[in-house]
Design a protein around this ligand. Structure first.
Ligand code: HEC
Ligand code: HEC
Ligand code: HEC
Ligand code: HEC
Length: 279
């Protein structure tokens, strides 16, 4: 018997099992006609178009090929709550968080896109794909969940320096555990320079791919993956450093059978929180 072939078979079955959970089609983020999450008569069968366009994307939002207009709102930020314990500096709401908030702050309709499907559908300010048919996608604004609204004081801080600051390009790698530069209440973050840009993330060595409480999938150490907590590079008064954004905890494409979709790892035993915080 060829045990190597059997082993390869088992490994690929496991990989397939892990991958088959990750999908945007059929998830809460599938706003297309026939999308299971939205019981609407959506104007298009395309799924990605509600967030991405191959050409003419909105470069004011630093999310890839972003197809939504920028949210034109002023936010009340977490730091306005005035807790005595907040160490890190909070910069303006930005990065990938603006992409999420372009739907989740309740200020624009879910089907507003910059480049509609087909020829000649581009408009810089964004337009609704179909104001009538997609009326059920009108934003419910104001309710705290899943509409965060524009008052972010009741949400986990975003656009906030990781580990109280102190992990910047000049102090590389980011090792708060040593206490040298940053807050020792935080786990160490990995760092890599990709295309000349600094990137940080927190390695999650193993994770529960199905949300059943069993850690069944193993990430690769020191390699940035979707199941790692991604930190986003922001300018903290002239120095690039790692920042927590919506995408640090959430992957907008990953639905799976978890209690709450779109988390990078299931929050079983508060694994999401403990990936960063040492508590
Ligand atoms: C609800 C919004 C939304 C939908 C729908 C969506 N994406 Fe994304 N996508 C995002 C956001 C936000 C990011 C940036 C994520 C980040 O910074 O980690 C992203 C990033 C990406 C990336 C680069 C990073 C990565 O995760 O690989 C690719 C490629 C991508 N999307 C492809 C797609 C494709 C293909 C579809 C349709 C099948 C799609 N997306 C549907 C919001 C969406
Ligand atoms: C195109 C609009 C759009 C964008 C952009 C978008 N979302 Fe959503 N999101 C939705 C809709 C619609 C729902 C479903 C709301 C409902 O069911 O009431 C949803 C639901 C969710 C949920 C709840 C899932 C659950 O199981 O309860 C999470 C978490 C979420 N989004 C996070 C994000 C994050 C993080 C981003 C950015 C990376 C993002 N979304 C970007 C439209 C969007
Ligand atoms: C520090 C991690 C973290 C950050 C940052 C974060 N979230 Fe979440 N989010 C979570 C967790 C964990 C849950 C699941 C909460 C639960 O089980 O009730 C969640 C739940 C949600 C939900 C669904 C709520 C529900 O009960 O249906 C939405 C929508 C959402 N997040 C959007 C966002 C958006 C938009 C941002 C950025 C402005 C963001 N999140 C930033 C960790 C985070
Ligand atoms: C991606 C990393 C990351 C994850 C994941 C994360 N946090 Fe945080 N959290 C931070 C950072 C960074 C701060 C800002 C700390 C500071 O500057 O004092 C913070 C701040 C906080 C604060 C204190 C805010 C204050 O006013 O002092 C609380 C409470 C908190 N997080 C709870 C949670 C919980 C609960 C979870 C899981 C649902 C979670 N965090 C997940 C990075 C993270």
């Amino acid at each position: 018997m060829n045990y190597r072939l059997i082993l390869i078979g088992i490994v690929s079955m496991l990989l397939f099992a892990a991958n088959s959970h990750a999908a945007v089609r059929g998830s809460d983020h599938d706003l297309s006609a026939g999308g299971t999450a939205q019981a609407t008569t959506s104007a298009t069968t395309e799924v990605c178009v509600f967030c991405h366009t191959p050409h003419g994307s909105n470069t004011a939002v630093s999310a890839p090929l972003w197809n939504k207009a920028s949210p034109a709102t002023a936010y009340t930020r977490y730091s306005d709550l005035g807790t005595a314990t907040l160490d890190g500096s909070e910069v303006t709401v930005g990065s990938v968080s603006l992409a999420c908030l372009s739907c989740h702050d309740g200020t624009q309709a879910m089907d507003v896109v910059v480049n509609a499907p087909g020829s000649g559908g581009w408009t810089a300010a964004g337009a609704e794909l179909d104001a009538v048919a997609i009326s059920a996608m009108a934003n419910t604004g104001g309710a705290p969940i899943p509409m965060l609204g524009t008052d972010l004081r009741n949400d986990h801080p975003i656009s906030i320096a990781y580990a109280g600051g102190g992990c910047g390009v000049g102090v590389d790698p980011c090792t708060p555990s040593t206490g040298a530069t940053a807050d020792t209440d935080f786990n160490d973050a990995q760092h890599a320079t990709i295309n000349g840009n600094s990137q940080w993330w927190i390695d999650v060595a193993s994770f529960d791919s199905t949300g059943d409480g069993i850690r069944d999938a193993t990430g690769t150490a020191d390699t940035r993956e979707k199941s790692d907590m991604i930190l986003y590079t922001r300018d903290f008064t002239g120095v690039d450093g790692p920042s927590v954004e919506c995408g640090s905890c959430h992957d907008p494409h990953e639905d799976s059978a978890r209690p709450v979709s779109f988390l990078r790892i299931a929050n079983t035993n508060s694994d999401v929180c403990l990936a960063c915080h040492i508590k």
